[in-house]
Design a protein around this ligand. Structure first.
Ligand SMILES: Nc1ncnc2c1ncn2[C@@H]1O[C@H](COP(=O)(O)OP(=O)(O)O)[C@@H](O)[C@H]1O
Ligand SMILES: [Mg+2]
Length: 254
């Protein structure tokens, strides 16, 4: 494993159910994630995007195959090792934010650090840096119910990044946002990635969101069917992605 390698996924499969309800959801996924990648996994609804992301992020276990993360095979790790990985190495952004309602935005953002016993001063330094990047400095004292969806998701992104994880996983992060808030979030994630401050693996069914990544992998029939890499402009990349969707039968990416 070279030092730029963040994660290696080998021959990953996932089956659900037995008898008549048996389904092969993932049929052998191989994927390499390098430092500072921004990868979008796209695919039709039900193609296994969430299943794949949940296995990579240690939330779920595969049927077969391995996921090497920071030198550990997460599919075989003990609960103690998994807790360490989740605490120190992995950040996660959920579609529905998952902020704690009884805490201010600032307390939500610094929670992963304060749980680790990091001093209040260090927590504030790191929070200030991130909340500035995500345009949230005026909203830190507010509670989640006082924030828009876009502000909540930008806050959830700060919380996910505050421990400087090796990798940030995001499952349909713009799924609950309007188009303006989606664009705002994606531009900021891209900025953090361009600044060398995050390796991102994002799952989305949406070509617009995917066009902010550097590479797009299309998941269909349980396998990665192709990889599209960004050319000159985001617009050009968007066109390439939608052309590929159309070539694969179009439509059903919802
Ligand atoms: N816990 C589960 N038990 C049985 N089937 C499941 C489970 N989770 C997901 N599936 C099935 O696996 C397939 C892929 O689901 P999912 O990963 O959520 O797809 P996507 O995120 O691409 O929409 C779907 O057919 C879904 O019904
Ligand atoms: Mg999903």
């Amino acid at each position: 494993m070279n030092e730029k390698n963040v994660a290696t996924v080998s021959h990953l499969t996932k089956d659900y159910g037995t008898g008549g309800s048996f389904t092969h959801v993932l049929k052998g996924i191989d994927l390499e994630i390098q430092k500072n990648d921004f990868i979008a996994i796209m695919g039709p609804s039900g193609s296994g995007k969430t299943t794949l992301l949940n296995i990579l992020s240690t939330i779920d276990k595969p049927t077969q195959g391995s996921v090497m993360l920071d030198g550990t095979d997460v599919t075989k790790a003990s609960n103690q090792e998994l807790s360490r990985l989740r605490r120190d190495k992995i950040g996660f952004i959920f579609q529905d934010y998952n902020l704690l309602d009884t805490m201010t935005l600032l307390d939500n953002i610094v929670l992963p650090l304060s749980l680790n016993g990091v001093s209040a001063k260090r927590c504030m330094e790191r929070a200030n840096e991130l909340t500035e990047l995500f345009g949230l400095t005026e909203h830190l004292a507010k509670y989640p119910y006082q924030l828009s969806g876009g502000q909540k998701q930008r806050g959830a992104s700060c919380r996910a990044l505050i421990t400087r994880p090796e990798i940030l996983f995001a499952d349909e992060p713009t799924g609950a946002l309007d188009s303006r808030s989606s664009k705002d979030l994606l531009e900021r994630l891209k900025m953090v990635n361009d600044g060398g401050k995050a390796t991102i693996l994002m799952v989305t069914h949406d070509a617009f969101s995917a066009s902010y990544a550097k590479d797009v992998y299309i998941l269909s029939d349980g396998q990665i069917q192709c990889r599209i890499s960004k050319g000159e402009s985001r617009k050009e990349f968007y066109d390439k992605i939608t052309d590929m969707q159309a070539a694969m039968g179009g439509g059903d990416f919802s």
